[in-house]
Design a protein around this ligand. Structure first.
Ligand SMILES: *Cc1c(COP(=O)(O)O)cnc(C)c1O
Length: 374
């Protein structure tokens, strides 16, 4: 079976975890501090690690003061986590449409939705791409909005010579099992804003002020003050131990993902019934490889047949504005038309070039094959 996505772990991650187990200090301590230092080197800006990417988004929103009565602009075409992080603060997630070529936030559409209650914009770097990010920062400047980037797909992507996370307002990453690097679960917030960093460092430890410094020196806070709502959202040493090794291995992971995505592009470019994203894989490190099926062949049938042939596929994503909890009566021309045609093909560093050739040949056959009776 060629898996859609998966973790890629070596004996080095396993040894690192065993090391933490042997030391019998599983909570937040030395390993987390060291992972944060590694990330800060990578981004050239400070990073705060938390329990997952959703928590990173929620804490970033909370730190800029987003709460009940506020609105946050977010593309409908994203993982549910982006929406849940916004509603977790009590704010309203306002769904926007995406750009047709990249499926990233359309800032022209976002501008139409700005009200006096709009506090922040959450662009999502769909499949690792950041098309439109400069226009989006212009929009944020014009209306005085904070930007919290959902960069869960874009670890390692380079924009104008700088890494995603190395520029911009507040940038959130996920290290869940299938992302570009993993720490089991996990996530981080990257920003230069020292006030925001301090707030998030406290908020991840139940709001206990300055508890982070104590934990990094192997101590605990027995007497402390709390001045804001906090959460149990810190990262554990077990997770960080995995993350440290994955960060070291990242250059190989990135190259593998970029090569495979380029090969997909090359094998599918002439197909009239298949459309790929417009991405430059010299700079984008893709987390997923989604395509659109332009023929009338039912997607479900394509997925079922591919699975029979040993190929897992996925759908990124069902638009959030179609969910009962986030229902919107607005029209989303691009999102609505694209959503029914999306199909994600396997992409992770252990997919081989031979796999990609087999996947493309199978897909091309199916998509161009005779239409099926309903
Ligand atoms: C993975 C992901 C998240 C959330 O990350 P978790 O670590 O799973 O909580 C948020 N947004 C997007 C687009 C993601 O793919």
């Amino acid at each position: 079976m060629i898996r859609l996505s998966k973790s890629c772990l070596s004996s080095e991650e396993k040894d690192a975890v065993l090391g933490v187990l042997d030391r019998e200090f599983l909570g937040m301590g030395m390993e987390v501090q060291s992972f944060e230092n590694g990330l800060a080197d990578f981004f050239d800006r400070p990073a705060v690690c938390v329990v997952n990417g959703t928590a990173a988004l929620q804490l970033a929103l909370q730190a800029v003061g987003v709460g009940p009565g506020d609105e946050v602009l977010v593309p409908s075409l994203t993982y549910l986590a982006s929406f849940q992080a916004i509603s977790a603060t009590g704010a309203k997630a306002v769904a926007c449409d995406v750009l047709a070529g990249s499926l990233t936030l359309d800032s022209n559409d976002a501008e139409k939705l700005i009200t006096s209650r709009t506090k922040a914009i959450m662009p999502v770097h769909y499949a690792g791409g950041v098309t439109g990010i400069d226009a989006l920062y212009k929009l944020a400047l014009k209306y005085g909005l904070r930007v919290i980037e959902d960069a869960a797909h874009a670890f390692g992507t380079i924009h104008n010579g700088r890494k995603v996370g190395g520029f911009g307002d507040i940038v959130c990453f996920s290290f869940d099992g299938i992302k570009n690097i993993t720490s089991g679960e996990g996530g981080c917030v990257v920003t230069n804003d020292t006030v925001i960093l301090e707030k998030i460092r406290d908020a991840r430890l139940l709001g206990v002020e300055k508890d982070t410094d104590k934990r990094y020196s192997g101590q605990r806070s027995w007497q402390f003050d709390v001045s804001a709502q906090g959460w149990r959202y810190h990262m554990s040493n077990i997770m960080a131990a995995i993350g440290i090794v994955q960060l070291k291995r990242f250059p190989d992971f990135a190259l593998a993902r970029q090569k495979l995505a380029s090969l997909y592009d090359q094998l599918l470019v002439d197909e009239l019934n298949i459309s790929a994203l417009v991405q430059d894989y010299n700079y984008v490190v893709p987390h997923i490889y989604p395509i659109q099926i332009l023929s009338k062949k039912p997607r479900k049938l394509i997925q079922d047949t591919m699975l029979e042939k040993g190929i897992q596929t996925g759908i990124h994503y069902q638009p959030n504005h179609q969910l009962s909890y986030y229902k919107s009566n607005r029209e989303f021309p691009v999102t609505d038309s694209v959503a029914q045609r999306l199909l994600t093909l396997p992409l992770h560093p252990d997919v081989s070039e031979e796999d990609v050739r087999y996947i493309c040949a199978t897909l091309i056959d199916l998509v161009n094959g005779p239409p099926v009776a309903a």
